[in-house]
Ligand binder design. Structure first.
Ligand SMILES: [Zn+2]
Length: 274
């Protein structure tokens, strides 16, 4: 029984600003502590439920956030960049179940802490086959491609609402209620961690109730950038069709190819100023 954990940061209880998730800011180290404790709670719960192997993928920003010595030694850790499968790198290694921890809502969501989809600076919207894709949806589609169901999602209330729309019946843990993009009413982290521990255990014990998200193929990916310069750059990728000033369309037969092209667009867009 192998469990994969993709750990983001914006959805952690106690976090409600970019400053807290930016490495160079003084508010970052305490936020990392909060993240680490939520991840450990999930590892503890999964082990209690019968998991034999756990792989954590550090999935926020530089992807070098989690201090390995503070993690439960039962788990292995993927850190750093570049990772072809980004936030779900490692899931392809034959896992039984995936957890999405500390997740946030899709770009453009109201009352959702730090809402964005992979890049707040570059991405205005991403749709696959006409469906708006949050990070959870994109990552779940990759997990689904590798036949790995999602068993648990934690994040703010809007993230939970979106996860439940995507995977009806998914086990969720709400960490806070967004007031606006950068204000939230947080649950106490101690209570959140206890709920994560209990629900991670339950999710492992009830593997048959996890949600396999199968995106239909071929995939038509429509990406709307925050400005025309980013769409200009994306147009350099062979096969990309410019749709209008800020939007491009890319057709691909496979999930991983669509995900890879999106990563290429984002890496290129990163070369441009905000
Ligand atoms: Zn993040």
């Amino acid at each position: 029984m192998k469990v994969f954990i993709s750990a983001d940061m914006e959805g952690v209880a106690g976090v409600s600003s970019w400053e807290q998730v930016t490495e160079t800011h003084p508010e970052y180290p305490p936020a990392v502590e909060l993240l680490c404790k939520e991840v450990n709670a999930a590892v503890d719960g999964a082990m209690a439920g019968g998991a034999k192997e756990i792989l954590i993928n550090d999935s926020h920003g530089s992807m070098r956030n989690l201090p390995i010595e503070k993690l439960n030694p039962c788990a292995s850790l993927i850190q750093g960049n570049l990772k072809p499968l980004s936030m779900v790198q490692g899931v392809e290694q034959g896992h039984d179940l995936a957890f999405f921890l500390g997740y946030h809502a899709a770009v453009g969501s109201p009352a959702a802490i730090c809402d964005h989809s992979y890049s707040s600076r570059s991405l205005f919207q991403v749709k696959w086959n006409g469906q708006t894709m949050s990070e959870a949806a994109l990552n779940a589609a990759v997990c689904g491609h590798f036949q790995v169901p999602v068993g648990l999602v934690s994040g703010d209330q809007e993230t939970i609402r979106q996860a439940q729309a995507l995977f009806p019946g998914i086990v969720t843990i709400s960490t806070k209620q967004g007031v606006s993009r950068f204000a939230a009413c947080h649950r106490h982290p101690v209570l959140v961690r206890e709920e994560i521990r209990q629900k991670a255990k339950w999710a492992v014990e009830h593997l048959d109730q996890a949600c396999l998200f199968c995106m239909k193929t071929p995939v038509e990916m429509e990406v709307t950038f925050t400005d025309t310069a980013r769409a200009d750059l994306a147009g350099l990728v062979p096969g990309t069709i410019r749709q209008d000033g800020r939007s491009v369309v890319y057709q691909t037969p496979g999930i991983v190819a669509a995900f890879s092209v999106l990563q290429v667009y984002l890496l290129m867009a990163r070369s441009l100023p905000a």
